[in-house]
Design a protein around this ligand. Structure first.
Ligand code: GLY
Length: 359
């Protein structure tokens, strides 16, 4: 055996040893979290800023002894059914053809299981279907027509999810896309160059993520969305992808996201938030580290401002097994909902990577 071989073996062994050290360190940190939660944990529910009612409902159910997953799903069902939330369920903004397509995922810490649906049409509560995928199939993710058939097999009724308000917003977008197509917005008979005014249309991602820890230190989470407004039909965001839009590890914590799903899909940041918490970071620090990771992984000029900062927003929410919680965003101004046992939830400011300049 030559010297170089020995050296390679040595390096391999050293790498294995340091890997083992890292693993045992994170295992002992997770065990530390477990040990500290052997008593009673103060239950906590966190969600994106559109989840004031969702977090209050989930907390009420947890206090009555419900499983944390049932509680967060019941919470987000309120938002899925709210026609005034344009980013989730009924009333969500449609794809480029005017059809609402929904994504959702759930994860149940105590059983280590998860389920998801993507690109499902005509079903108001995709989070309930995601839970059934988890409980009543040997799969984790069903999409499109297959997801719809599965939902109908379980008694879900098809409904038109496009509200008149969402249709009108979509129609205005469609009519203002281009001067060279045949769709025209309302205009004066003397007007020229009609139909290219997208200034009022910010790309809208929305979504609700909701995560909870109950009094026994058990964790669960759910993410549900109508996704990017006016997307290409069939587009799937981060919300139904476990590890990206949601992740739960019952030994450590739960995390989820809202914002530009494409950025999060490329970095699988919810699982990273949980891993950062396993390494000892607080929920807020873990969320902020995920934001930094996304910013540093974004290389495409079309997504960066002149100063190299991302032009888009992604926000993370997290809770750990001790009942500590936090949120962080790439850009300032984000708020998240939290309930620590009160009847009413409150909004708190998310930490951020970059301060948005006032215009
Ligand atoms: N984060 C939601 C989406 O991109 O669809």
């Amino acid at each position: 055996m030559g010297i170089s071989m020995k050296r390679r073996d040595f390096l391999k062994t050293a790498a294995l040893a340091s890997g083992a050290a890292l693993v045992s360190e994170s295992v002992s940190q997770a065990n530390g979290l477990l040990a500290q939660t052997k008593g009673i944990v103060k239950p906590v529910v966190v969600s994106s800023g559109n989840g004031l009612k969702a977090t209050a409902k989930a907390m009420e159910m947890i206090q009555q002894g419900s499983d944390a997953l049932d509680a967060v799903i019941a919470g987000v069902n309120i938002v899925e059914e709210d026609p005034n939330d344009r980013s989730v369920g009924f009333g969500g903004l449609p794809n480029e053809e005017g059809v609402v397509e929904l994504d959702s995922s759930v994860m149940h810490g105590p059983s280590g299981r998860g389920g998801a649906v993507a690109c499902i049409r005509n079903i108001k509560n995709p989070s309930k279907v995601a839970k059934l995928v988890m409980e009543r199939t040997d799969h984790v993710l069903l999409v499109g027509k297959g997801a719809l058939k599965f939902a109908k097999a379980h008694g879900f009724k098809e409904e038109d999810l496009l509200t008149d308000e969402a249709r009108q917003i979509w129609l205005r977008w469609k009519e203002n896309l281009s001067k060279s197509d045949d769709w025209l917005p309302p205009h004066d008979i003397n007007a020229k160059d009609i139909g290219e005014d997208l200034k009022p249309f910010v790309r809208h991602y929305g979504t609700i993520n909701c995560d909870a820890v109950d009094a026994n230190g058990n964790l669960s989470g759910v993410t549900t969305t109508s996704g990017l407004a006016f997307k290409i039909p069939g587009r799937v965001g981060d919300s139904p992808i476990l590890g990206a839009g949601l992740y739960v590890d019952n030994d450590v914590g739960a995390a989820g996201s809202t914002g530009r799903g494409e950025a999060n899909l490329l970095s699988c940041s919810s699982v990273m938030v949980v891993e950062y918490m396993r390494q000892g970071k607080s929920p807020t620090e873990a969320c902020l580290t995920a934001c930094k990771r996304i910013a540093s992984q974004t290389k495409e000029a079309r997504l960066l401002a002149d100063n190299g900062r991302p032009t888009f927003q992604v926000i993370f929410y997290a809770v750990n097994k001790r009942g500590e919680y936090g949120s962080a965003a790439i850009w300032s101004g984000a708020r998240f909902a939290v309930n620590t046992g009160e009847k009413e939830s409150r909004l708190e400011e998310s930490a951020y990577l970059h301060k948005r300049e006032r215009r």
